[in-house]
Design a binder for this molecule. Structure first.
Ligand code: BG6
Length: 488
């Protein structure tokens, strides 16, 4: 459905950064071409260097051709999109330099303005302050904060406090792009529109839950950022915890933003806090050494350009999480995420309990517990693994596991990228899929003791070869509980 009346100005601070060129501008290209943004809207990239509009358009065109899927870049679409693009030089560390941006925006003072801070978080507060000083924070202005929102609870609070001086909470959109993924939103549809799951979704029937985000990529040229963060801050504290929240939360009373966020924050507050002993027993941290992804030989983390040899950044983390409430008591959630693993996939696996007693001989093979596998990527699907009879005339009844599978239909419309959905929601002023301040802070409150114990050397940083399944102790961690990681 087209929403061509959405006319707004979108300012991307850090407009030539990797995120902007790889994700944000391609998402806006689609939104324009699909009719979700009206003609006359402007996408204004701010850059540190002075650059002509012509050179800016040349760069954006080249990146769109590189990052869009085959066939998506066409000359007529580019002609439409490029006519909305602007560029302006702003030095984020110098308030005085915001003047030309202010002149540009003040041409349409009443317009909805989306200010996307695709910059290092150290600039969030000062950028908001400069916008305020130049009168750019109007009632129609919203601010979008890209993660990471701090490195721990204290720094996250500081950033939130600084931004809150200029933007109210309802004008502040904290992005976690996993929430924009179609299948992540489908978790709510699955849970709250299918009666069959309602009575099963608790500790009486579910044995445990696994959430895995496996990546084959390495640093992708993001050393300056990644080296200060590592897998725990980059993936687990935000993307994986958000998925955990959607699996674990109680039904919200409506889809209104605060109803959903109230339920998520309750889950985050129910996460059991780690003692140093828990950290030793229930967490694993590791870093890749050289190896091969498929047939491509790849460097180890310490050999990547610019990495300090004393560096202790983890590129893999696995954690057993307990949710202390009535519904989930006794049901562990195993989270793991790593870079330079054999393949890229993200999945949530809900593993049900075993049947209490079996009447089937099943030739010594055990009856597998049912599981529900929600795959987010590379392809989106939902599979229910169930036991069925092996066809045949044998006297004894033998069983095997089969899958009931929901796939995106072949002729489904194009799958929208997470950033398309999220940018459109900011334009529509719908914050449901964004993190409220208390959510981010509750997530840090849980993560801090783990990070502190790791920094104090409580858990040894293990190695794994690039292209392997990760460190052996991540397997031991789950096997010690009598369980194993899901494999297709
Ligand atoms: C980002 C992380 O938030 O998510 C990256 O900073 C990671 O390190 C990326 O590669 C993964 O996103 P996706 O959508 O490819 O799973």
């Amino acid at each position: 459905m087209s929403e061509i009346n959405n006319i707004c100005d979108i300012v991307i601070f850090g407009g030539h950064g990797d995120l902007s060129l790889r994700k944000l501008i391609p998402a806006l290209y689609h939104l324009f071409n699909d009719g979700y943004l009206g003609h006359g809207s402007r996408v204004i990239a701010t850059t540190r260097q002075v650059i002509s509009l012509e050179a800016h358009l040349g760069l954006v065109r080249e990146k769109l051709q590189a990052f869009l899927k085959p066939g998506e870049f066409t000359e007529p679409r580019w002609a439409l999109f490029s006519s909305q693009l602007e560029v302006v030089q702003v030095d984020l560390s110098d308030e005085e330099s915001f003047g030309p941006l202010a002149d540009m925006l003040n041409v349409y003072p009443e317009r909805d303005r989306i200010n996307y801070l695709s910059t290092a978080p150290s600039f969030f507060g000062s950028t908001c302050k400069a916008m305020h000083r130049w009168g750019l924070v109007t009632p129609q202005s919203r601010v979008v904060l890209e993660k990471p929102l701090g490195q721990n609870l204290a720094t996250s609070k500081k950033i939130n406090d600084e931004v809150a001086l200029y933007f109210d909470e309802d004008k502040t959109y904290r992005i976690d792009h996993y929430l924009g993924k179609e299948t992540v939103q489908n978790i709510m549809a699955l849970r709250f529109s299918n009666m069959m799951f309602m009575p099963l979704w608790n500790n009486q029937n579910i044995d445990h839950v696994q959430i895995t985000a496996s990546e084959s990529v390495g640093l992708e040229g993001r050393l300056a950022y990644y080296d200060d963060f590592g897998a725990m801050r980059d993936m687990i504290q935000n993307h994986l915890l958000q998925m955990l929240c959607l699996v674990a939360m109680e039904p919200p009373c409506s889809l209104e933003a605060n109803s959903v966020r109230d339920e998520k924050v309750k889950v985050l507050r129910s996460l059991r806090q780690f003692t140093p002993e828990d950290v030793r027993e229930k967490t694993v941290r590791a870093r890749y050494t050289s190896g091969a992804i498929g047939t491509e030989a790849v460097k180890g983390y310490l050999e990547e350009d610019g990495v300090d040899p004393d560096n202790m950044t983890e590129t893999f983390a696995a954690i057993r999480v307990d949710v202390d409430n009535w519904r989930w008591n006794g049901v562990p959630f195993y989270l793991r995420s790593g870079k330079r693993l054999p393949k890229r996939y993200t999945e949530i696996v809900i593993v049900f309990k075993e049947v209490p007693y079996t009447i089937f001989a099943n030739k010594g093979r055990c009856i597998s517990a049912n599981s529900l596998v929600i795959s987010l990527q590379p392809s989106e699907s939902i599979k229910m693994k169930i036991m069925t009879k092996i066809p045949g005339l044998s006297e004894a009844m033998h069983l095997h596991e089969m899958k009931l599978e929901l796939n995106m239909p072949e002729n489904a419309p194009r799958t929208h990228e997470a950033y398309e959905r999220l940018l459109l929601d900011v334009i529509r002023a719908n914050p449901t899929l964004f993190m409220r301040r208390d959510e981010v802070e509750a997530a840090w409150r849980w993560a801090d003791p783990i990070l502190e114990a790791w920094a104090a050397g409580e858990v040894k940083l293990k190695n794994y070869s690039a292209g392997s399944d990760g460190p052996a102790n991540a397997i031991t961690m789950i096997e010690r509980d009598g369980r194993s990681w899901h494999e297709e």
